[in-house]
Design a binder for this molecule. Structure first.
Ligand code: PSU
Ligand code: MN
Length: 309
């Protein structure tokens, strides 16, 4: 028995011709951004991957199948769905057997990408250790997935709504390489700065691709977290975003928001509190990550092609 994967015509062709492919998640569409910006962004991100030389594979669960590559019509339908499940490792099988529509988080997208033979994935931010995790135990399953599944994930660091020092500690414990791109400091999603030094730094897509391949040769399970700073022109500086984050967190606490609802609630509040600026920044950083992921995927593909000669 094989996994219930359905490839779009584009993806079937990309696989047959061994073209570089970049996986894209769908929770950012259903739970991370409002309609219609979610669908517009998904389309732009796919175009950015193509322009940078790879084939985009947006992933979602629909009708009992994991869809790898969505049509424009499917993207639009997903973007307007109000009741999509937010899928992580724990809920994927249950969603598939129920026939419901499910949007894949970073963890679920990594699982699907690996099943589909895709090694690189671009997103906005990963889940991490939430503030107050010492009492709530709220630590995203994304971190364990990075430790288990060999996919290189390009994100803009972790969001400032999280506890970044604890997130770095857990990633270190789990043996996940955290690689800042082009700077020593860990980027923090909306801001280029976090005040924290990243464990590793790499400056080129080729180097990140080589490290990905080397991990495979060493037989190490798990992926790499590539932390790509938001372009300077689009960033919201730390001094500006932090007070807004504090306010949104206080509202989440007083509203009793917990578990899977926390990240979507905070993103929605930040959107309102920054009058949409957080969303504009989010869109720019995802596009920037898509471009880098495409270059990493292309570098992995060409190294693999040379190996087999
Ligand atoms: N970061 C964003 N937007 C998002 C998410 C993260 O900027 O929509 C989503 C991703 O799918 C990520 C998930 O995997 O939130 C993490 O959720 P949780 O913290 O509940 O594990
Ligand atoms: Mn959580």
């Amino acid at each position: 028995m094989t996994a219930p994967l359905t490839f779009s015509p584009d993806l079937a062709e990309a696989r047959a011709s061994r073209a570089p492919i970049v996986a894209l998640e769908s929770t950012i569409i259903t739970h991370g951004m409002p309609f219609p910006q979610n669908v517009e962004t998904a389309i732009k991100v796919e175009a950015a991957v193509r322009d940078a030389g790879a084939v985009p594979a947006t992933i979602a669960v629909m009708g009992g199948r994991i869809h790898v590559g969505l049509s424009a019509e499917e993207l639009d339908r997903l973007g307007q769905t109000k009741d999509a499940m937010k899928l992580s490792r724990a809920d994927m099988a249950a969603c598939l057997v129920s026939g419901r529509t499910g949007a894949t988080t970073v963890a679920a997208t990594m699982i699907a990408a690996h099943l589909a033979g895709i090694e690189v994935f671009a997103t906005g931010g990963i889940g991490g250790v939430h503030r107050g995790a010492e009492t709530s135990f709220d630590i995203s399953a994304d971190l364990q997935e990075l430790a288990a599944t060999p996919v290189t994930v390009v994100a803009a660091g972790a969001k400032a709504i999280l506890d970044l020092p604890k997130t770095l500690e857990v990633l270190e414990t789990l043996g996940v390489p955290v690689i800042a791109v082009g700077q020593d400091e860990l980027p923090a999603f909306w801001s280029r700065a976090s005040g924290l030094k990243a464990p590793l730094r790499m400056d080129t897509a080729a180097e990140i691709a080589a490290a990905h391949i080397m991990r495979g040769r060493l037989g190490l399970p798990g992926g790499q977290l590539v932390a790509n700073p938001i372009p300077a022109a689009a960033e919201i500086p730390r001094e500006v975003i932090m007070p807004v984050v504090e306010q949104a967190l206080a509202e989440a606490a007083s509203g009793g928001i917990s578990a899977k609802a926390v990240t979507p609630f905070l993103l929605d509040r930040l959107f309102t509190l920054t009058k949409g600026q957080s969303l504009t920044a989010n869109i720019e950083l995802v596009l920037n990550n898509a471009r880098l992921a495409a270059r990493i995927a292309a570098a992995i593909t060409s190294s693999r092609a040379q190996e087999s000669h």
